[in-house]
Design a protein around this ligand. Structure first.
Ligand SMILES: Nc1nc2c(ncn2[C@@H]2O[C@H](COP(=O)(O)OP(=O)(O)OP(=O)(O)O)[C@@H](O)[C@H]2O)c(=O)[nH]1
Ligand SMILES: [Mg+2]
Length: 186
């Protein structure tokens, strides 16, 4: 009898805690900036249903993922627009760095240059997304991609690497969940 009562109490407790009232959105929105070379898929990552022209001006939007609210700033990735990135990173808690996996080898020198500048100055969590995985059939492991981009052998727990397809929504939730966890308590 008591085990039946315990099961019933557990059931109703988990039911109540699944309701929004018991699990309200966290009050502090996380300021998130999307960086990456032109055409890597930043705008699509945030809004896959829309066809985006190249981003020329910073564009802000809000995303609710689970309990976390992300205020995102999408910046243009063309070479002549990248100088403004440094104006936005100090105001952001999070960076999502998007890489077009289909042009990775040819764009590696520019990618390394931009990524090094970011990691030299930014202290918060950075999600590096090897994006457009829906367009490739096989690829090196994430560790091998990481070694090509980052010279430092040491693991930095504030940087995590993901395979994503912004267009198909693959891996996107994992990225935001990890970022939300990294900002736990904020
Ligand atoms: N197949 C595939 N195509 C993608 C994906 N993400 C973006 N694209 C395509 O890549 C092109 C560029 O996407 P955007 O999201 O505009 O790229 P961006 O990084 O915002 O480009 P800029 O604003 O110029 O910096 C578009 O044709 C998208 O449809 C993806 O995950 N898979
Ligand atoms: Mg864009």
């Amino acid at each position: 009898m008591s085990s039946l009562l315990t099961s019933l109490l557990t059931f109703f407790s988990s039911l109540l805690h699944s309701l929004p009232f018991f699990n309200p959105p966290s009050s502090t929105p996380l300021k998130t900036v999307l960086l990456g070379l032109q055409n890597s898929g930043k705008s699509t990552f945030l809004s896959p249903q829309t066809l985006h022209p190249p981003t020329l001006r910073p564009s802000t939007s809000t995303l609710q993922i689970g309990r976390r609210t992300f205020t995102t700033i999408d910046l243009g990735g063309q070479k002549n627009l990248r100088h403004i990135w440094k104006d936005y990173t100090p105001k952001s808690s999070i960076i999502i760095f998007i890489i077009d996996i289909t042009t990775y080898s040819t764009s590696l020198p520019s990618l390394k240059n931009e990524f090094t500048q970011i990691t030299n100055t930014f202290e918060g969590p950075i999600a590096v997304c090897y994006n457009k995985i829906d367009l490739i059939t096989s690829s090196p492991s994430i560790e091998e991609y990481k070694k090509m981009l980052v010279d430092d052998e040491e693991d930095d727990e504030d940087i995590k690497f993901f395979f994503t397809s912004g267009l198909k929504g693959e891996g996107v939730k994992d990225v935001f969940e990890w970022l939300g966890e990294k900002c736990d308590g904020v």
